[in-house]
Design a protein around this ligand. Structure first.
Ligand code: GLY
Length: 380
């Protein structure tokens, strides 16, 4: 049983973290204008580390739109527009599966705040571009690594495809995105609610071959960030499709997260924060704060989608416990001199040794998003 933190008591801590986040982003864009970092090295954003793929260019602009929405400060609006415009051409990018991360975080927020129809067109184009990754044989949107590869991460990008399909009345696109979600549910979610990072298919026949991983510990293990992507992504799929199977999937994944992560006061990584992979031996496993931030935001969404007060309250409690932990000095860089990120102890790619125990751009974005959502909760 997770004790529900008092939002009233937590609020000052969340507000301080929200202020600090603005300061860190302001410093980053002042020191390195028009630069899109991915992860820090020893707390610094500028370095020569490999990027593996280009999927993070929407997170800086995304945070700026959140700051603008919450503060009304036109300085943030101007910066948010600028950083959104810098990525506009990516709406045609056929090389990545991440156009939702790029355009839902930026241009969609821009459209929501202004109602500008030309801004909406860019969101629709990005969604339609992403839909072109659909493989008829296998019925999935292929990942950036190979034709035969399906990633759990792609669930975070289905929202923009649903949106494009619904807004343009494109039934074929709607069927494709629904099928992608069903294929992911069938092959990447296991009976216990854990998820696999990747599924591999036979390109000739479409037959599913096996589960695999890039960023988790083993092919049959449970990568925590993938779990966060699934909780959040299946919730999004349900919000567009109203298909109960996706709501069940989101809840099953959320319940696995809650079951396998300690929320006790003396939890090894702090209450609510998982290791990079739950099956990795405890001797070598290390904390993954970005998975916790994504999950907190996904749980706050899920709490609104389900029609079950007890469960909804449990998800809000878990999200608040996670945010309480992430705003403590172990994770929030506010007391770490010289650290340029907001949230410490995230991991990008443990096997490749990229961004390990560092700040990671998506961790920053989903942390800020979760803070903004939690600050909207009423005092009880
Ligand atoms: N490729 C997305 C991630 O690292 O979660």
């Amino acid at each position: 049983m997770i004790q529900k933190p008092s939002i009233k008591k937590l609020r000052p801590k969340l507000e301080t973290a929200f202020e600090f986040s603005q300061m860190q982003v302001k410093n980053l864009i002042s020191n390195s204008p028009d630069f899109f970092p991915m992860y820090t090295v020893k707390g610094k954003w500028k370095h020569d580390g490999e990027s593996w793929t280009n999927w993070c260019e929407g997170f800086l602009g995304g945070m700026m739109w959140i700051f603008y929405k919450n503060t009304g400060n036109s300085w943030w609006e101007e910066k948010a527009k600028h950083y959104s415009l810098l990525i506009e051409e990516r709406k045609h990018d056929r090389d990545v599966h991440d156009l939702g991360f790029l355009f839902w975080s930026t241009w969609k927020r821009w459209y929501d705040l202004t109602g500008d129809k030309s801004v909406k067109e860019t969101v629709l184009t990005a969604g339609k571009t992403l839909g072109k990754r659909f493989k008829e044989k296998g019925q999935y949107l292929r990942s950036f690594v190979a034709e035969e590869s399906l990633f759990i991460d792609i669930m975070m990008n289905v929202g923009i495809i649903y949106y494009a399909a619904i807004e343009t009345g494109d039934q074929k696109l709607l069927e494709k995105v629904n099928q992608h979600c069903l294929t992911t549910r069938r092959y990447l979610i296991r009976g216990d609610g854990s998820t696999s990072h990747e599924g591999l298919f036979n390109l000739e026949t479409g037959e599913f071959i096996r589960q695999s991983t890039h960023q988790g510990w083993r092919d049959d293990s449970s990568w925590a960030r993938g779990q966060g992507w699934a909780i959040y992504g299946f919730g999004t799929a349900y919000s567009f499709s109203k298909d109960e199977r996706f709501l069940d999937a989101a809840q099953t994944c959320a319940d696995f997260y809650l079951e396998r992560t300690s929320f006790a006061e003396d939890a090894i990584y702090g209450p609510g924060v998982p290791p990079n992979d739950w099956e990795e031996p405890v001797e070598t496993a290390i904390a993954e704060s970005s998975a916790a931030a994504i999950t907190a935001s996904g749980l706050l969404n899920l709490a609104k989608l389900i029609d079950n007060d007890e469960k909804s309250s449990q998800y809000i409690s878990a999200a608040l416990v996670i945010l309480d932990t992430l705003t403590s000095p172990k994770y929030l860089a506010i007391h770490t001199d010289g650290w340029e990120g907001i949230l410490k102890e995230g991991i990008y790619h443990q096997r490749k040794g990229l961004g390990v125990s560092e700040s990671v751009m998506w961790g920053e974005h989903f942390f800020v998003e979760a803070l903004a959502k939690a600050l909207e909760l009423e005092d009880e």
